[in-house]
Ligand binder design. Structure first.
Ligand SMILES: Nc1ncnc2c1ncn2[C@@H]1O[C@H](COP(=O)(O)OP(=O)(O)OP(=O)(O)O)[C@@H](O)[C@H]1O
Ligand SMILES: [Mg+2]
Length: 279
């Protein structure tokens, strides 16, 4: 459990004096897209961000500020126009098993069962069928879907599919989870349940998490730090350390004036100027 010791839950990460290895280092990253109609669009102004090993960082900001683009760049799915990303000190040149994406557009394999979907990663990594399925069953138990291993994705609810997608990514055992609005399309009840599941998993494994969301309360509940972005061009407006003790319990937090203060202050930080097409 060397990783778990990197974060002392009684101290916010910003106040820790111990050097913590940066799991993700984003240095001078910009992204310029070519407009189909001609011209260019600066989606990301230089972004500099160091995320420590085992840290839970959320990214918030108005639609179009470049949150997904930044996550794709860290994932190695999109190259930056300038600047560089390193993960564990190694430059990112493409996707890798150290970074597990949970993106809505990465659908489950419809022709595979729930078990088959989750066992796919370990199988690809060379595990025997039996070992891969044992691992997949363990993960399905953790996301509460043991009873559904023989189901196909089309037989599942949206929340269940999202849980399978999380288990499928965890099956690679990535050091870093890249989550782009993973709970955005879910009903409030399922969303709360999955937030709690994710927090429990994170408190156990202490993976580094980069978590994009539009929900301020969700970000405050989950995160060590919140990166607030603004747009035109997309850039970091402010980074807010969330100094709330862990483990966190939502019921208690809702009554906690400090939690309420974070939510109000961060909502105010997220300005949403009207987007100019072609800007
Ligand atoms: N492949 C692309 N080609 C051209 N422009 C793009 C491309 N991908 C993103 N953009 C532009 O880059 C900007 C940032 O997009 P991005 O999807 O990263 O925003 P976002 O913050 O994730 O927004 P949302 O909250 O709506 O998901 C937008 O102006 C978008 O039009
Ligand atoms: Mg997005």
């Amino acid at each position: 459990m060397a990783q778990a010791a990197l974060i002392d839950p009684s101290h916010p990460p910003e106040q820790s004096t111990a050097p913590r290895p940066a799991a993700v280092e984003i240095a001078g990253v910009t992204k310029t897209f070519q407009r189909r109609t001609g011209g260019t669009h600066l989606a990301l102004a230089p972004i500099d961000l160091a995320v420590a090993d085992g840290e839970f960082v959320s990214i918030l900001g108005p639609s179009g500020c470049g949150k997904s683009t930044l996550l794709y760049i860290v994932g190695g799915f999109v190259p930056p126009s300038t600047g560089a990303v390193t993960v564990g000190g190694r430059p990112v040149t493409g996707p890798g098993p150290d970074r597990g994406p949970v993106f809505q557009e990465f659908a489950l394999f419809p022709w595979k069962t729930v078990l088959g979907n989750v066992a796919y990663g370990p199988r690809q990594a060379g595990a025997s069928k039996a070992d891969a399925e044992t691992k997949a069953r363990g993960l399905l138990a953790r996301v509460g879907l043991s009873a559904y291993e023989t189901f196909y994705p089309k037989e599942l609810s949206g929340g269940m599919k999202q849980r399978v997608a999380i288990a499928r990514t965890l099956a690679y055992d990535p050091a870093i989870l890249l989550m782009d609005e993973p709970f955005g399309a879910l009903d409030a009840h399922t969303r709360l349940k999955l937030q709690n599941d994710l927090l429990a998993l994170w408190e156990r494994d202490r993976k580094t998490v980069l978590f994009v969301t539009h929900a301020v309360d969700e970000a405050v509940y989950l995160s060590d730090r919140i990166v607030v972005m603004s747009r035109q061009p997309g850039r970091i407006k402010e980074i807010v350390p969330v100094d709330l003790p862990r483990p966190r319990h939502r019921d208690e937090l809702l009554l906690d004036a400090r939690y309420q203060r974070y939510v109000i202050d961060i909502e105010r930080l997220i300005e949403d100027p009207p987007e100019e097409a072609g800007a």
